[in-house]
Design a protein around this ligand. Sequence first.
Ligand SMILES: *[C@@H]1O[C@H](CO)[C@@H](O)[C@H](O)[C@H]1NC(C)=O
Ligand SMILES: *[C@@H]1O[C@H](CO)[C@@H](O)[C@H](O)[C@H]1NC(C)=O
Ligand SMILES: *[C@@H]1O[C@H](CO)[C@@H](O)[C@H](O)[C@H]1NC(C)=O
Length: 370
Amino acid sequence: MRRIAFLSVLFCATCHIALGLSIPDGLLPNGDFEYGPKKSELNGTVVLGRYAVPKWEISGFVEYIKSGQKQGDMLLVVPAGAYAVRLGNEASIKQRIKVIKGMYYSLTFSAARTCAQEEKLNVSVAPDSGVLPMQTLYSSNGWDSYAWAFQADYDVADIVIHNPGVEEDPACGPLIDSVAIRALYPPRPTNTNLLKNYGFEEGPYVFPNTSWGVLIPPNIEDDHSPLPGWMVESLKAVKYIDSNHFSVPEGKRAVELVAGKESAIAQIVRTVPGKTYTLTFAVGDASNSCEGSMIVEAFAGRDTVKVPYESKGKGGFKRAVLKFVAVSTRTRIMFFSTFYTMRSDDFSSLCGPVLDDVKLVSVRHPRRMY
Ligand SMILES: *[C@@H]1O[C@H](CO)[C@@H](O)[C@H](O)[C@H]1NC(C)=O
Ligand SMILES: *[C@@H]1O[C@H](CO)[C@@H](O)[C@H](O)[C@H]1NC(C)=O
Ligand SMILES: *[C@@H]1O[C@H](CO)[C@@H](O)[C@H](O)[C@H]1NC(C)=O
């Protein structure tokens, strides 16, 4: 079924009429909330009326926040433009968009916590949904961008971002800004590389104006990864970075392992038991003042290698290799960072080693080497 859907997507990618009707990559209409409610549809900051925010449908306690507004002694700053929305308890925002049935899409949005409580957001496009935990702050300015992906079951998609929280203070809820979409073209393994999306080039939309990357949240049961081919295991996110804002070893994109052993990135590949394989990959730093001794641990089935990297925080990388004999028809390739690292210019931002250009090939004639 999957394959048929995929082929029909490929076919349709050449039919411009269908593409023209579906949503282009980038911000959703009023995805940055710069168009706000009329004065008569606001009570202070509280939005009155389901359709008061242009292009969106809201429900529950939603506030329209202007950058620079104060909450207690906290100054609320907005990443794109001058406005954002805040979702109170059980509040949600929804937008219906045209998509291509069968196609995979990734959503990227920026969110910030405003109170100390544990916050999460439930992002959904029926029947898919994902709860994104927001208790870890990865950027010190409070804002992080998150990615989530879905496969379109219909030719319209209702994107819903919902705050399932029940806090004592209804105004304690996350701020949301810059909701964007990108169609994904899941890559396939090739003759020269058994890994899909080896250079992380295919992935979620990255905002041209934000310099903090995009978090790929832990994706335990979700096979629709915003980073096609890859799963994020464990509890925390990995960061998706681009060459416009960071140093990346190869191509335009890479991942930064920002959460130590709490966040592993993995892919399962088909292997032939008894056959010898080589896994090669690049380990570096993103040129984001992430300094110090780092180690990336790579696993292939039962084999493992620790790759030390001395980072000066100014960019650079080295290549590493793990040679192994497959013991099963499926081998889990996995990476994590041994240590936690903080940026030297900003002790509240998590950072870590960069991983890129991951290649897996079978060694054709291992016997000849002996
Ligand atoms: C505006 O909010 C205040 C409380 O903050 C409330 O007393 C008042 O009734 C609200 N006005 C409208 C029109 O909802
Ligand atoms: C998230 O939202 C979807 C759609 O409303 C719902 O089906 C799902 O149960 C929600 N998940 C959680 C954990 O609240
Ligand atoms: C990026 O920033 C520039 C200049 O600040 C602005 O003109 C442009 O609209 C911004 N683009 C987006 C997508 O926010």
